[in-house]
Design a protein around this ligand. Structure first.
Ligand code: TRP
Length: 345
């Protein structure tokens, strides 16, 4: 029996390596869940995954040490509560893998000041925090390349805003290969498990939930049942369509996106019919959505809360993840040292 299962999992499991960094700032919300986490959940069953909390990257903005630590534990707990399985993936903290800063140092010799200064995310940061334009901010993409290349990652699930960083990672990999004469690093590619990743808009109808600064228009995985209900009931609607089969405004179609994700098919279909027949009652629809959303979010919130109380458990998970990550990282570093010529023993 065990043998059959093993053989099966070997067949379905790809050896391709997926690497992704999880930001340790900010609370996770529905936009993160449907944009990133849901993709992770599908990948963890198919690929060899390395997922880590990017705590070194967080240092670029000089966070308070106590807060940083809390944020790392929280984001870890929220990801696990959402279904990320530390048995299936290597789940670790970036700072627990010293081979990453070592590779970062090596890659820094192949990264040029001029190209780093041109990166849009760097320019944004210079604008946002002119009093703290540190070298870590400038070399952010180099550290990110090291995160990926340390495992010879081929696929990287990231959003649009990170695509330029990934292009730089490809450049650094190619430069290393060219200089040291070997196909040592793969050139990592942007990866989306499925093309139909759901875009969750902010509940006030102003852009994506992930970009929204309006906390009342964002549903966090840590929101209480009452807060969820209040936010949904306040979501933007209008007087309803006046002509059959009208086109839906963005803020209405977003409510349907959520309804599709949270509610039974018949439920969302019946509201869609009501919309098309011009007899939709948005109040009722929001009440339904709120209850289904509560049923979806509350188990995640409770599990995350439980995990956050159990630092011993989280520490165990981090330790096991770091061991898995270091096994792969030390192999890469050894190879890189050899190619560069700094292996003396
Ligand atoms: N920069 C990424 C973000 O802001 C996080 C990140 C750090 C990352 N290292 C990475 C993502 C490596 C993918 C691979 O979202």
């Amino acid at each position: 029996m065990t043998i059959t299962t093993k053989r099966l999992s070997l067949q379905t499991m790809s050896t391709e390596i997926v690497v992704s960094g999880i930001r340790s700032t900010g609370h996770l919300h529905l936009g993160n869940y449907f944009g990133a986490i849901q993709n992770y959940l599908k990948m963890q069953d198919t690929y060899n995954c390395y997922f880590f909390v990017a705590d070194y990257h967080a240092l670029t903005t000089h966070p308070d040490p106590k807060l940083l630590r809390e944020n790392v534990f929280r984001v870890l707990a929220e990801n696990i509560a959402s279904g990320l399985d530390p048995e299936k993936v290597a789940l670790y903290a970036q700072s627990d893998v010293p081979e990453i800063p070592e590779l970062y140092l090596m890659l820094n010799m192949l990264a040029y000041k001029g190209e780093l200064e041109k990166v849009p995310t760097f320019k944004d940061k210079v604008r946002q925090q002119p009093e703290n334009v540190n070298a870590g901010l400038l070399t952010y993409p180099v550290l990110m390349a090291a995160d990926i290349l340390i495992h010879k990652g081929a696929k990287v699930p990231v959003g649009k805003d990170q695509e330029q960083h990934l292009e730089m990672a490809r450049n650094f990999a190619a430069r290393f290969n060219k200089r040291y004469g070997e196909d040592f690093f793969p050139e990592p590619q942007v990866f989306r498990f499925s093309q139909d990743a759901m875009k969750i808009m902010s509940l006030d109808g102003n852009g994506k939930m992930s970009k929204s600064e309006n906390v009342n228009a964002t549903i966090y995985l840590s929101d209480s049942d009452d807060v969820i209900r209040k936010k949904i009931m306040k979501a933007k609607t209008d007087g309803g369509p006046t002509e059959p089969n009208s086109e839906m405004p963005d803020y209405i179609s977003n409510l349907f996106v959520l309804l599709n994700a949270m509610s039974a098919t018949e439920t969302s279909q019946s509201y869609r019919d009501a919309f098309n027949n011009c007899n939709i009652r948005y109040g009722d629809m929001k009440k339904q959505l709120a209850e289904d959303m509560v049923a979806f979010v509350s188990p995640i919130r409770e599990k995350a809360f439980e995990l956050q109380q159990d630092h011993d458990m989280l520490r165990k998970i981090l330790k096991a993840g770091a061991e898995k990550a270091r096994a792969s990282a030390s192999e890469t570093i050894e190879g890189a040292r050899k190619l560069i010529g700094i292996n003396y023993y």
